[in-house]
Design a protein around this ligand. Structure first.
Ligand code: SF4
Length: 299
C-alpha cells in the first residue's frame, strides 16, 4: 500500500481557494502539542452557539472541495507519526482501533508495538491464551475490554477464516466493533472513500460550515454520506485526509480553545469569520474573551 504516494501541490489548492474565496489569501501553518478533544457538549460548543449563525443540520450545504487538499497539505507537514499510520495489516489495524477507544495514543503505542511483534493473526492470539490478552488490556487500563477482544479473535477464526471482513455489515457484527471502528478499518485498511466521523470531526465540520450538530448526528446516514463526499477518491489521499481531521481536532480545532490562526482551513470557516469572530475584518474582538484563549500569534 502506498500511504504517501501522492503529494498535492500547494499551488493547486491555493488556486482552488483563490477561485472560491476571491483574494487568494492562504493561511500560515504551525504544529504544536495539545490534548485530544473531548465531547461536543462543552464550553467550546456553547461558545460556538453564542457566536455563530446556526445552520440547520438537516439542511446540509454543498461539500467544500477545498477542505481535503488543504487538510492533506497540512498533514504532510504537521501530522503526528504513529506506528499504526505506517502500512500494517488489516488485522493489526482493527486491533489498534479497538485499543485506541477511550485511550490516549501515547499509552497505546508501546502496547501495540509489542502486540505486532508477537501476533500476526487471531489464531496466534488464541494459541497464546487468554492471559496474554488480559495482560495487554490491563496495561491499557482497559481490563474490562479483554473479554470482548478475546471473543473477537474467536469470531474472526470461526466465522471469517481468520481474515478481516470488508463489508460494513460484517465488520459491525464483530464483537466490540461499532460504526467508528468499522469505518476506520474500511478507510485505513481497505482504502474506501469515507470520512471517519466522531464527535471531534463533527465539531470541526460544524464550525467550518456554521452548523451545530447534535452528537447523535454522527450516526445519521444522511450526515455520514454528506461527510463522505468531502473525502478524496484516491485511497492514500483519503487516509491522510482522515488522519488530518483527527490531528486537527486534537491539536488545533480543540473544543475549548481553537487555534484559528494556525488552522489550515481557517479561510472559509464560518465560526472564525463570523462578525465578532477572530478572522472577521475590522472586528473589535468584542467576543474575543470567548475566542481568545489559546490563540497563536501568527498573522
Ligand atoms: S478556523 Fe478555527 S473554528 Fe474553523 S476549523 Fe479552524 S480552528 Fe476550527
Amino acid at each position: 500500500m502506498a500511504f504517501h504516494g501522492i503529494r498535492l501541490r500547494a499551488t493547486g489548492s491555493q488556486a482552488l481557494l483563490a477561485r472560491r474565496f476571491g483574494d487568494g489569501h492562504f493561511p500560515m501553518y504551525s504544529g504544536f502539542a495539545s490534548s485530544r478533544g473531548a465531547l461536543m457538549e462543552d464550553a467550546g460548543s456553547r461558545t460556538d452557539r453564542r457566536n455563530m449563525s446556526q445552520g440547520d443540520w438537516r439542511n446540509l450545504p454543498d461539500p467544500d472541495p477545498t477542505i481535503a487538499p488543504r487538510l492533506i497539505e497540512w498533514f504532510d507537514n504537521n501530522g503526528r507519526s504513529f506506528p499504526w499510520r505506517r502500512p500494517i495489516s488489516a488485522y493489526h489495524l482493527l486491533s489498534v482501533e479497538l485499543m485506541l477507544q477511550r485511550t490516549h495514543a501515547d499509552q497505546v503505542r508501546p502496547v501495540f508495538e509489542g502486540f505486532c511483534e508477537k501476533f500476526a493473526s487471531p489464531r496466534d492470539v488464541l494459541s497464546a491464551g487468554r492471559g496474554v490478552v488480559d495482560a495487554m488490556f490491563r496495561r491499557l487500563g482497559l481490563l474490562w475490554r479483554a473479554e470482548m477482544f478475546w471473543k473477537l479473535q474467536i469470531a474472526l477464526v470461526q466465522d471469517h477464516a481468520g481474515e478481516i471482513p470488508r463489508s460494513d455489515r460484517e465488520l459491525r457484527s464483530l464483537p466490540g466493533v461499532g460504526d467508528y471502528v468499522a469505518t476506520a478499518v474500511r478507510v485505513f485498511a481497505f482504502g474506501e472513500r469515507l470520512t471517519v466521523l466522531d464527535s471531534n470531526v463533527l465539531r470541526i465540520l460544524g464550525r467550518y460550515f456554521g452548523i451545530t450538530f447534535p452528537d447523535h448526528a454522527r450516526r445519521s446516514r444522511r450526515v455520514r454520506s454528506w461527510a463522505d463526499r468531502l473525502a478524496p477518491e484516491d485511497p492514500d489521499a483519503c487516509r491522510r485526509y482522515n488522519w488530518a481531521l483527527i490531528d486537527l481536532g486534537a491539536l488545533i480545532c480543540t473544543p475549548r480553545t481553537p487555534r484559528h490562526f494556525s488552522c489550515p482551513i481557517r479561510v472559509g470557516c464560518r465560526l472564525a469569520s463570523e462578525p465578532g469572530g477572530p478572522l472577521s475584518n475590522g472586528t473589535s474582538w468584542g467576543q474575543g474573551a470567548a475566542y481568545g484563549k489559546g490563540f497563536s500569534e501568527e498573522s
